[in-house]
Design a protein around this ligand. Structure first.
Ligand code: ADP
Ligand code: MG
Length: 262
């Protein structure tokens, strides 16, 4: 049994303990402790440069942490523990951990030379080896779910930013992740396109997906969020239920930030 299993209830999907990350001499994450429960919408907010994206990237193996521990679904991210020793996972094992995590970025990152449907089925076919016909059928269901079944044959350049972002969500869901990471998914969108993307995320939350959402959309956090962490300067400044933190912030830094975004 790992330390995690001994000390963590099974309803926790992500746990960070003293997570530190530096780029060169600059420490960007200075000991992050947090827990994300299964089925929870966990909102991560804070000023630019506070380390939010870096934290998501550590969960998703795009960066390696320098100290601390990070678990997803009871497994150490990037490591295996035997007794007191940690062993780095091999590339293949890392790939297996990664495919359980979907990530949606600020920029939509669709493959420009593929249609919406081709974007959605790419990973299931290439990575999971799904049969193309089955992947297409499932892909169409996913496009339906994000309200874009009629755009299946469109290329990204023929879609609005909001539509591209919804395809990106469908593409992430196609791998049947147990965790979805959203890094400011609506920040690059024209204001009138934000609502459709948030609606898809709201639906996903209702369906029980565990989501970590970096966002400046405080309305979304308040309505849909189950937990909210305010980060600044690489540390968690405060956390609690979104309504609690947003209406009654305890720290001056949180108040200053909220007065700028609310
Ligand atoms: P946020 O998402 O909260 O705006 P980031 O996690 O993107 O913050 O960045 C936190 C800090 O880390 C910033 O000061 C940023 O300049 C720095 N940083 C992020 N990525 C790198 C990198 N690859 N190399 C060096 N510094 C980085
Ligand atoms: Mg960021």
């Amino acid at each position: 049994m790992t330390d995690f299993e001994k000390s963590t209830p099974s309803n926790v999907l992500v746990r960070a303990e003293g997570v530190r990350k530096s780029y060169g001499l600059v420490e960007v994450l200075k000991g992050i402790d947090l827990e994300v429960r299964k089925g929870e919408v966990f909102c991560l907010v804070g000023p630019s440069g506070s380390g939010k994206s870096t934290f998501l990237r550590c969960i998703n193996h795009l960066e390696k942490i320098n100290a601390g521990r990070l678990w997803v679904d009871g497994e150490l991210v990037g490591y295996r523990q035997k007794g007191d020793k940690l062993y780095e996972l091999k590339d293949k094992e890392v790939a297996l951990q990664r495919r359980d995590i979907g990530m949606v970025f600020q920029r939509f990152n669709l493959f420009p030379h593929m249609t919406a449907l081709e974007n959605v089925i790419e990973a299931p076919v290439q990575v999971k080896g799904q049969a193309k016909a089955a992947a297409k059928e499932r892909g169409m269901q996913l496009l339906e779910r994000v309200g874009l079944a009629d755009k299946a044959k469109n290329y990204p350049s023929q879609l609005s930013g909001g539509q591209q972002q919804r395809v990106a969500i469908a593409r992430a869901l196609a791998m049947e992740p147990k965790l979805m990471l959203f890094d400011e998914p609506t920040s690059a969108l024209d204001p009138e396109l934000v609502g459709d993307v948030l609606d898809v995320m709201r639906q996903l939350a209702q369906d029980g997906m565990t989501m970590i959402v970096v966002t400046h959309e405080m309305g979304f956090a308040r309505e849909v969020g189950d937990a909210l962490v305010f980060m600044d300067g690489g540390v968690v400044v405060e956390s609690g239920h979104p309504r609690e933190v947003l209406t009654n912030p305890q720290h001056e830094r949180t108040r200053a930030f909220l007065s700028r975004v609310l």
